[in-house]
Design a protein. Structure first.
Length: 141
């Protein structure tokens, strides 16, 4: 495991750094598609639930509040301006990645699992739990 080089002070900075990493991975995939001679003319769509991070990526003016974010992280803005990336806001309640990264209560968890199209293979097709009497009746038949 690699040692973390920078400690983010704000959730916005954390989100922006994650967007920068994802943007560089997307750029690498685009290079790979190009090398394989597979055309990809559409921008890569990236979803983010942090509106402040999206504003930093969209705004070409450095504000006093963003001076602490290193210049190399502004890679995202460069990719947005060149049309390689398209950033879209997604509300936190709809962020499917939270299913894998956060501890969720049952209702939000089930909602996000449903969005993935995952099914519980242990639930009978009838959609109800079998009682022990039902199992015994089926064995006798």
């Amino acid at each position: 495991m690699e040692k973390q080089q920078v400690v983010a002070k704000l959730s916005t900075e954390t989100e922006y750094r994650a967007m920068s990493l994802a943007a560089s991975e997307a750029q690498w995939l685009l290079y790979l598609l190009h090398d394989l001679e597979i055309p990809h003319s559409q921008p890569v769509v990236m979803f983010c639930d942090n509106q402040s991070a999206l504003h930093i990526a969209a705004n070409s003016v450095f504000h006093e509040r963003t001076k602490h974010i290193e210049v190399d992280c502004h890679f995202v803005r460069e990719k947005v301006e060149s049309g390689i990336l398209h950033l879209i806001y997604i509300p936190t309640t709809s962020q499917i990645a939270d299913l894998f990264t956060k501890s969720l209560s049952p209702n939000p968890f089930q909602n996000l699992v449903g969005k993935l199209g995952m099914l519980d293979i242990h639930i009978p097709a009838c959609g109800r739990l079998l009682k022990s009497n039902d199992i015994k009746e089926n064995e006798e038949e």
